[in-house]
Design a protein around this ligand. Structure first.
Ligand SMILES: Nc1ncnc2c1ncn2[C@@H]1O[C@H](COP(=O)(O)OP(=O)(O)O)[C@@H](O)[C@H]1O
Ligand SMILES: [Mg+2]
Length: 376
């Protein structure tokens, strides 16, 4: 797919931006704090309806203004169709999504149009950060792949909240224990779908990531990524098995859950573990090894999206080129080049211009403007 035109209004430091992107490589060069990441963030927002930096949409609106708007023209080659995406958000909290002029109620309706794989320095937190960050990562990827997943997630979170409230009421007032089962059923129903989808996602992406890792490290550092579940010890995508384990877990721990007034088991407690040569990468890996594993994983996502949609997603590389050594950088460029993946790359200086690729367009980012596109 190709993102052709992007228009930003009052998006962080961009008051009025109109830009036409190249189908291949787009380099965004600029000093610090000029708006490079802001632009990448806006494109990512157009794909996912959220910012990858914080969770507050209000922070995105330009300080002097009352709303922001992002528009993009997307060309899906496999469908031979164009889509006009339009997102609006204002200080009153109104969020509006239009696709080809038609209004949609939910921001999640955006999923499935523009698809992106983003790679930024913050992604090291997928390995180094808390389990919550890894869950957030995997959930967002699955949202982009499976149209119903977002609703499953938000229903699960509501059920979880209600169930926790109920557990507290049972503990404090010793009543309503008879309706706990109703919430248990809902928890198990939606939670099991989440677990199944996460395991399925990993079962597809991990072999691809391992292959990349083998190529990058010359077979010296074997990568593995496993799903560590509070519900099942052996990964399975058999939904009945997951549900059965889930119900058993809840039954066995009922008294403990009431005592603590919290739901102790479910996908909200699960984690993903990265291993290199069988050793936990979070604990034992060097920063370089962690970065390589993330690179292998992100490149694997490109393939997975391709298998799913017969089209590559947009690749967003924010400030990562300077952190990769020549060999890794060349590996990355080879993937982009061989598959004609539309890519946006940001960086501080012209070291990026050495990138060994013919079709590229260079943009200069200065204080909320993007100018001077030159073709090399
Ligand atoms: N809501 C906002 N309104 C106006 N400017 C903003 C807003 N949010 C961030 N900025 C500005 O954006 C700049 C940072 O842009 P960023 O894209 O992160 O820089 P970089 O080019 O280093 O990636 C800072 O100067 C910051 O003050
Ligand atoms: Mg930046």
């Amino acid at each position: 797919m190709i993102l052709k035109d992007v228009i930003l209004e009052n998006y962080r430091n961009y008051l009025n931006l109109e830009i036409e992107l190249d189908n291949n490589i787009n380099l965004f060069i600029g000093e610090n704090a000029q708006g490079k990441t802001n632009f990448i963030e806006a494109v990512h927002y157009l794909a996912t309806g959220r910012t990858f930096r914080s969770n507050k949409d209000l922070e995105i609106i330009n300080w002097e203004k009352n709303y922001f708007r992002i528009k993009g023209k997307l060309i899906k080659k496999n469908l031979n169709r164009e889509f006009l995406l339009d997102i609006y958000y204002d200080r009153q909290g109104n969020k509006k999504v239009k696709i080809n002029g038609v209004k949609y109620k939910k921001i999640s309706d955006l999923f499935g149009y523009l698809q992106v794989v983003i790679f930024s320095p913050d992604d090291l937190n997928i390995i180094k950060g808390s389990p919550a960050e890894r869950r957030k990562y995997i959930d967002l990827e699955i949202c982009q792949l499976i149209s119903t997943y977002y609703n499953t997630l938000s229903t699960y979170n509501k059920v979880l909240q209600q169930r926790n409230n109920l557990l507290k009421e049972i503990r404090d007032n010793n009543q309503k224990i008879d309706i706990l089962e109703v919430w248990d059923e809902q928890l198990v129903k939606y939670g099991s779908i989440i677990i199944k989808n996460r395991i399925e996602f990993l079962s597809k992406v991990v072999p691809l990531a391992r292959r990349n890792q083998d190529e990058i490290t010359n077979g010296k550092e074997k990568l593995d990524i496993t799903y560590n579940s509070s519900i099942i010890s052996t990964p399975t995508v058999e939904i009945r098995t997951i549900e059965k384990n889930f119900i058993d877990k809840i039954k066995q721990n009922k008294n403990n859950e009431i005592k603590k007034a919290i739901t102790l088991f479910g996908p909200h407690r699960d984690d993903i573990i990265f291993y290199i040569e069988g050793k936990d990468l979070k604990t034992f890996g060097s920063q370089g090894q962690q970065r390589t594993a993330i690179l292998s994983l992100k490149m694997a996502e490109l393939n997975l999206f391709y298998y799913n949609n017969e089209e590559y997603p947009l690749l967003l590389l924010d400030d990562v080129m300077s952190e990769l050594d020549d060999y890794r950088r060349e590996f990355l460029m080879k993937v982009i080049r061989n598959n004609n993946i539309q890519t946006l790359i940001t960086g501080a200086n012209a070291e990026l211009l050495d990138i060994n690729i013919e079709n590229k367009e260079v943009f200069n980012v200065v204080n909320g403007t993007i100018k001077g596109s030159r073709r090399f």
